[in-house]
Design a protein around this ligand. Sequence first.
Ligand SMILES: NC(=O)C1=CN([C@@H]2O[C@H](COP(=O)(O)OP(=O)(O)OC[C@H]3O[C@@H](n4cnc5c(N)ncnc54)[C@H](O)[C@@H]3O)[C@@H](O)[C@H]2O)C=CC1
Ligand SMILES: CC(=O)C(C)=O
Length: 258
Amino acid sequence: MTKQQVALITGAGQGIGKSIAERLSHDGFAVALLGRHLDKVQAVAKEIKNNGGDSFAIKADVSKRDEVFNAVKETQDHFGDFNVLVNNAGVAPTDPIENVTPNELESTFQINVGGVIWGTQAAIKAFKLLNHGGKIINGSSQAGQEGNPNLTVYGATKFAIRGITQTTSKELAEDNITVNAYCPGIVKTPMMDDIAKNVAKNAGKSEEWGMQQFAKSISLGRLSNPSDVSNLVSFLASKDSNYITGQSILVDGGMVYR
Ligand SMILES: NC(=O)C1=CN([C@@H]2O[C@H](COP(=O)(O)OP(=O)(O)OC[C@H]3O[C@@H](n4cnc5c(N)ncnc54)[C@H](O)[C@@H]3O)[C@@H](O)[C@H]2O)C=CC1
Ligand SMILES: CC(=O)C(C)=O
């Protein structure tokens, strides 16, 4: 009887993180859901339980190293194992470069990049304690492969995550830990709605115009659903990806061609 695999997903209260948690539960994982707002992750965890899954909600801020370490330990203690970390949580400030502030720069890097680094450190510690390898899956973006206007700070963090994915995959290969990233395109979530609204506001245009500035470059001609992304994460969390590491894989409907 194969032991149930355990995954922790950060930013699982909505959007892509919620979809990843649901999909990994469907794949047979026990899932721990981390979020800043406990009520939101508890609601998703409850829904997963009602659908027959094994889930657990944790309140934490990924920019706080100790909270991330506690979340991984709580996951391991609760389920008795820990196998996959999905560093999904992120924020996307939307500003033309001349409006970027020191606070925006610092807080965005603390969340988007710090969260990945603290999660990676905590996962390594757990995998070593459990005496087995594991998988780390980071949330990058098409905006981490191609510069997007008005997303300088956000894009810088997503480019950084691709670099971290490469460096840590090389460092951790000897411990049988793979590290990969998913690079979604334009996904229908609250984050993307806010980006489109802000781009439109900055340009004095309608919200529809804002979303269109991104959507017009999608070859497949449709916006992405969160499930398009969790399909890829399901593969990266499975044994089928065991020979893939250090890769940042685009799932963007044909926006960026690398
Ligand atoms: N929506 C999109 O079009 C795309 C999203 N992505 C990436 O996918 C990931 C998820 O994005 P969405 O689901 O669209 O975002 P979202 O904003 O809808 O959800 C993000 C979740 O992360 C949580 N979060 C934010 N900061 C946190 C912190 N400090 N600690 C703990 N949780 C925190 C939020 O509360 C929220 O529940 C992000 O890393 C984003 O950069 C990448 C490409 C496209
Ligand atoms: C939110 C995001 O990552 C985009 C627009 O690529």
